[in-house]
Design a protein around this ligand. Sequence first.
Ligand SMILES: Cc1cc2nc3c(=O)[nH]c(=O)nc-3n(C[C@H](O)[C@H](O)[C@H](O)COP(=O)(O)OP(=O)(O)OC[C@H]3O[C@@H](n4cnc5c(N)ncnc54)[C@H](O)[C@@H]3O)c2cc1C
Length: 488
Amino acid sequence: MRTKEQYIAGLNKLGRNLYYKGEKIGRDHEDLIPSVDVIGATFEAARNPEIEDLCTAVSHLTGDKINRFCHVHQDTNDLHKKQDMTRALCQRTGYCVGRCMGVDALNAINAVSYEADRGNKGETGYHGNFLKWLEYFQKNDLVGSCAQTDAKGERLKRPSKQIDPDAYLRVVEKKRDGIVVRGCKVHITFAAVADEILVLPTRALTPEEGDYAVAFAVPGDHEGVKQVVHPHNFRKRQRLARGFNWGAADSYVIFDDVLVPWERVFLCGEHQHGGICALLFALFHRHSYSGCKPAVGDILLGLASLVSEVNGIEKADHVREHLAELITIAELGYAAGYTASSLGKPELFIPGVGVRRYGPGSYIPNSIYANVGRCLTGDSVYHEQEILCKLAGGMPATFPFEQDLFNEDLKPLLDKYIRRNPNIPVEEQIKFWLFFTDFACSAAGAVFNYAGVHGGGSPIMEQIAITSQFDITSRKNIVKRLAGMKID
Ligand SMILES: Cc1cc2nc3c(=O)[nH]c(=O)nc-3n(C[C@H](O)[C@H](O)[C@H](O)COP(=O)(O)OP(=O)(O)OC[C@H]3O[C@@H](n4cnc5c(N)ncnc54)[C@H](O)[C@@H]3O)c2cc1C
């Protein structure tokens, strides 16, 4: 396994294909440092005796000890550990830990490449390609990002009905040495600081949309790949350092006629498997959300509880109600993920087919529970913010800048007027309000809320997943029986 320093050294060897504010930048740009530190924390955790059991696994390919973010889940215990690792690391860094997109994508592709080869009666070698790539990925302890979301053009039109056929990434040419792909994947988190980008389809596809059914992996700086990067960082600090300086960076990843060698192609043309790959990545990712969202819930609860203390209102009745609500959302999200892990099997619900054994025996979380947890917690994001806003009052919106807090003319006056609870030193109150502002009332804070609602799919997508596979008929029959009605 690599150290954080080795990861950074690897990043700095990548070619300059990142565009930011009109310039080409290196991966050592100062606005990417918080993102690098977040991913760096996943390397440190794998070597930390306190948490290494959660953060490492034994490779089913080589028997080597590997970072859990590179692992294919072999049993329900692996699913539980991924969920708990995600919660623990998000608590440590203060928000998204970034490496789950890669592990979720590789687990989806592992199963889909196997099934596609089986469907093709062994005429394709997708799974062999994938396992070879996976061994390289695990041995070198690489960081993967997942590029699923396409530009998508007109929302109500399918890929094949778009005016611009490149609105969804597609294969434009098949050559002897590889495939040529064109398109743009948007909002790709941490792609700028990842070693590898795993690409897979966004949606269900029809037989004439085989060119869109493509999955592959390329290095982050692969020839023809351009990334337009948007970092989300907190306001810079000079004097009052945070416990962890969290940040993220999302990219528009443009594939400008990119040649992908055949050995890195894991699916190419099988439209049903393309749709299943989209669904399966979303499922693994919604399961990861049952780890990260409860961690964000832990931070929201800490903020709500501390802000009540700082404001001296902790004994007020409405505070108890709000704290109970925050705990309920986070813990129900966790419980749903826990159940999804416990009920995990090498099985998948396939729309129009039903539940069937899927993949080479690796474990897939239960889809109903992964989806209901994600739906509940994603839909609660702005309600949680409303609770924080009600408890905080207006302070986070107008809190003075750090330079003013330390200005010698102003410091005694600001200390005097910022102080609320006499039992908490004013310096502690200042640090608290600065962090509260970062988290709940900043540009980066606003981005997290969008990520909380849409990451892993908008709530409507979970509602479709839930209602399309839940046995609603049997519930109608319960009522019919109780009501004395005829059951068909
Ligand atoms: C901060 C952030 C990080 C992300 N990270 C990643 C990542 O790492 N990798 C990745 O692949 N993706 C990532 N995503 C993308 C995320 O999965 C998408 O935002 C989500 O799936 C919604 O897609 P969209 O943004 O294109 O929304 P849109 O599809 O534009 O949705 C906008 C509205 O249109 C509606 N709509 C869309 N299509 C239809 C339709 N056919 N019929 C009816 N209504 C429709 C939607 O319900 C919604 O109300 C990230 C998103 C965010 C915000």
